[in-house]
Write a protein that binds this ligand. Structure first.
Ligand SMILES: Cc1ncc(COP(=O)(O)O)c(C=O)c1O
Length: 433
């Protein structure tokens, strides 16, 4: 029987590079045909063949309320009827800024943009403009969008603490002059951070970090790691940027900064704050943000920044996740999922485990949750890929890569979690056969 997913993928590959508009969607890591989705409702999605799945991708994080939440959809439709875009200020943008500042006290001022990439790129520019320095520090395995200076992978050459190695971008098309100002360190390695700042502290414009990492699967910061970043930035006049595009209002009401009690100078946001439509934001200390045009010399702009329809979806989502008990319920549900996955793997004798922070989780094909990029890379990728396809067959849609985090939404019912654990138990059993 021909699958409509296969047909659509064949056609798409003729017109769109790799058949997809963002690379991980292409299933290259796990193999097979990506599912083309036709519909989503609550915790479920339906593919082009009409097969339904319990969804743990949630559009890669934004859908914290599940698919097509009725209140969000109504807010979008009501707002759209009043005009799709003005390219001029609207009251709703102000209300969105007020809400974000109320929820995240480190934000004194912020700007809305249309994607996480724009948020991180702009935060780095304003950090450089504010400090008058060029060097950017990031950590291997952390992803901050696809701006030139951020597409740099680690390699021993980049860790020399001398001149940053030049031209070692992980993407073709990035001039050495862009990537050459980026120094890449190992996530959770406090000694490396201290050594770099001791040697070059006065050249560093900023550190950008996924304070809880979610783009090399889920990795938590070791005790003292975030404190070390804060301390070095404060002592050397560098700007500490928490990239909370993924973790913002996903790991808890106060995001990572609230959970761990560390205040960054700038924060980048995306995903959840758009509720499924394109919204990003960057903000923080007023004295840094006031360097932006038209007040200051750092240029940043956007035709659709603060778009009313997108902001309507975001604002309604922020209102709903502010309800008392929202995060307690989401966290408990995600922890129950992970406990069930851990027990199922153990019972089947499979070397796999799961861990979570708030509504975000990781499944790892190794004995314990990883604490570094090297440990993540050391997991059993083939084991994950086999598990992935068995789960897909069971109607459970996980991110199609061993190196991505998963997301639970408020729409996932207890029965959904039970069904997922039961499916995983069957899949682990099959893996063990
Ligand atoms: C931590 C982080 N920063 C930035 C981005 C880029 O966001 P966008 O894909 O909206 O450009 C992502 C996307 O996954 C992300 O996870």
């Amino acid at each position: 029987m021909t699958s409509r997913n296969d047909e659509l993928f064949d056609l798409s590959q003729k017109l769109i590079p790799g058949g997809v508009n963002s690379p991980v969607r292409a299933f290259r890591s796990v193999g097979g045909t990506p599912r083309f989705f036709a519909k989503g409702a609550g915790s479920r999605v339906w593919d082009a063949d009409g097969k339904s799945y319990l969804d743990y991708v949630g559009s890669w994080g934004p859908l914290i309320l599940g698919h097509a939440d009725a209140d969000v959809v109504r807010a979008v439709c009501d707002t759209a009827a009043l005009g799709l875009s003005f390219g001029a200020p609207t009251e709703m943008e102000l209300r969105m800024a007020e809400k974000l500042i109320e929820m995240l006290p480190s934000l004194e001022k912020l700007r809305l943009v249309s994607s996480g990439t724009e948020a991180t790129m702009s935060a780095i520019r304003v950090a450089r403009g504010y400090t008058g320095r060029d060097t950017l520090v990031k950590f291997e395995g952390c992803y901050h969008g696809h701006a030139d200076s951020l597409l740099v992978k680690a390699g021993s050459g980049l860790l020399t603490f001398g001149q940053p190695a030049r031209g070692e971008s992980s993407s073709a098309g990035v001039p050495a002059d862009c990537s050459g100002h980026t120094v890449v360190l190992d996530y959770n390695d406090i000694d490396q951070v201290n050594q770099l700042f001791e040697a070059k502290g006065d050249e560093i414009a900023c550190i950008i970090v996924e304070a809880v990492a979610g783009n090399m699967n889920l990795i938590k910061p070791k005790p003292g790691f975030l404190e070390c970043l804060r301390d070095n930035c404060t002592r050397h006049g560098a700007v500490l940027i928490f990239d909370e595009v993924m973790t913002g209002f996903r790991v808890g009401r106060g995001s990572v900064q609230g959970l761990y009690g560390i205040t960054p100078d700038l924060t980048t946001l995306g995903k959840v704050i758009g509720g499924g439509l394109p919204v990003g934001a960057f903000g923080g200390k007023a004295e840094i943000m006031d360097k932006l045009a038209p007040l200051g010399p750092v240029y940043q702009a956007g035709t659709l920044s603060g778009n009313p329809v997108a902001v309507a979806a975001g604002l309604k989502t922020l209102e709903k996740i502010s309800a008392p008990g929202f995060y307690e319920a989401l966290t408990a549900k995600t922890e129950r999922l992970c406990a069930g996955l851990n027990a199922a793997a153990r019972d089947a004798g499979i070397l796999a485990c799961a861990d979570s922070v708030g509504g975000m989780f990781g499944v790892y094909f190794r004995a314990t949750p990883p604490t570094s990029y090297a440990e993540v890379m050391d997991s059993d990728k083939d084991g994950f890929n086999r598990f992935y396809h068995l789960m897909l067959h069971e109607g459970i849609y996980l991110a199609p890569s061993a190196f991505e985090a998963g997301f639970v939404s408020a729409a996932h019912a207890d029965e959904d979690i039970d069904a997922t654990i039961a499916a995983a138990a069957r899949c682990f059993e099959k893996l063990g056969e």
